[in-house]
Design a protein around this ligand. Structure first.
Ligand SMILES: [Zn+2]
Length: 408
């Protein structure tokens, strides 16, 4: 077939349209808000790169080890952050010096079922500087990022944003919480534990998802793997079964709750570390060693999974009034890329590709479309030379334009 026909064929076939999937649109919308700048700003404070201002003093977190002053400072910082998103925040004390941070976002259904997204905020080693950027500033900042973003939506089922203390001494914080949850008979739909989600030393985007293989955990694992594909997050996920018992999800496995650990690629079933962070538990676990492309995807996957389990809803009157044109993915690209947009109301729509000089290269959409979320796979064929192009969404309600890069 000549090129032209191939191209037309592909565009028609891949114009998958999701007009009825309000929930899908909202999850997609939420994960676009994950910001590396926001993650870094929190990591700078948690790892002592920046000081923070609290109760009239500047404070620096040089360690978050349970016996350090910084552990107290970290708690002050994290509770004030979570409170600033309008959540109900409390500190749960256990043993001599343990303090979990528990923030609650109420679900609109009134149901007592809830979802937990969690990370331990304490760090190692015990003496001296313990920045713990990957272990586990990364998980902690991702929980804060989830709270920042999801607090802007309504949810059907409540969310508990939990930050555990004294994990490094043997999961003490999560064990205390999970034991009490079991005693109370809490109805926990899912636990998403984030522990070390920022290291990808070989840029292979591999991540591990740890399961205990029980039915409800297996369902959760399958759902997370689908979410990784459906929302174009594109991590290379390896299911680890039987999963490690060495992080906080284990406290929930012990009480028969469905729980997973999402973690960088540190483990292989044969027991040989794959891409293990060599700075683990050392003063060199610093934030500049984090792979931010990988870390952003890990945060997006956690956030999408959380949104799906808690059933994210738009706040009343908060359905976006403007059209949205999303960044294409992948970008840069060679043979194909996905372009997505949201139409706030029905109207005439054009989606066009321009080159740098403003010359129109191709028209991908030119028709009347209903309100909703649209996604198409753009296959330029052999036509486009390497370089920068623009794609524009042109509607009655205004125009939106973004850049994309073709690399041959
Ligand atoms: Zn850890």
């Amino acid at each position: 077939m000549p090129n032209k026909y191939i191209r037309t064929f592909l565009v028609v076939v891949f114009c998958a349209v999701y007009t009825n999937a309000q929930t899908d649109y909202l999850i997609f919308d939420a994960i676009q808000k994950v910001s590396v700048d926001s993650l870094k700003a929190n990591l700078r404070v948690l790892t002592g790169v920046d000081s923070f201002y609290h109760n009239g003093n500047y404070k620096r977190i040089s360690s978050r080890h349970k016996e350090s002053q910084g552990n107290v400072y970290a708690r002050e910082y994290l509770t004030s952050k979570l409170s600033s998103y309008g959540l109900n925040v409390s500190v749960e004390k256990f043993e001599e010096d343990g303090e979990n941070i528990i923030a609650i976002q109420k679900g609109k259904s009134g149901s007592n079922r809830y979802v937990i997204i969690c990370a331990h905020y304490d760090s190692m080693p015990p003496e001296g500087e313990a920045p713990g950027a990957d272990d586990n500033g990364s998980g902690t900042a991702a929980v804060i990022e989830a709270a920042r973003i999801i607090s802007g939506y309504d949810i059907k089922y409540s969310i508990v944003y939990a930050l555990w203390d004294n994990e490094e001494q043997g999961l003490h914080g999560s064990d205390f919480y999970a034991a009490n949850a079991a005693l109370r008979g809490d109805s926990i739909i899912a636990v998403i534990n984030l522990d070390m989600i920022g290291w990808d030393g070989n840029d292979d985007f591999k991540a591990d998802l740890h399961s205990d293989g029980r039915p409800l955990t297996s369902l959760l694992v399958n759902e997370i793997i689908s979410i990784n594909a459906d929302y174009l997050i594109d991590l290379d996920i390896e299911l680890i079964y039987p999963g490690t018992t060495r992080s906080d999800h284990y406290s929930f496995w012990l009480r028969n709750y469905p729980a997973v650990l999402l973690i960088e690629d540190f483990y292989s079933p044969k027991g040989t570390p794959n891409d293990f962070n060599p700075f683990y538990h050392s003063p060199l676990d610093q934030m500049w060693r984090i792979n931010y492309d990988f870390y952003k995807k890990m945060t997006q996957l956690a956030l999408a999974s959380l949104s799906s389990k808690a059933e994210i809803m738009s706040k009343a009157g908060q359905i976006p009034l403007a059209n949205l044109l999303y960044q294409n993915y992948p970008n840069p690209f060679n043979d194909a890329t996905v372009i997505s947009y949201y139409l706030a109301k029905e109207g005439n729509v054009k989606l066009k590709i321009f080159d740098l000089t403003g010359r129109e290269v191709e028209i991908l959409v030119d028709k009347r479309q209903k309100e909703g979320f649209y996604q198409l796979n753009y296959v330029p064929g052999g036509k486009l030379a390497s370089g920068v192009y623009y794609y524009a969404l042109i509607t009655d309600g205004g125009n939106d334009i973004r850049k994309m890069l073709v690399l041959k």
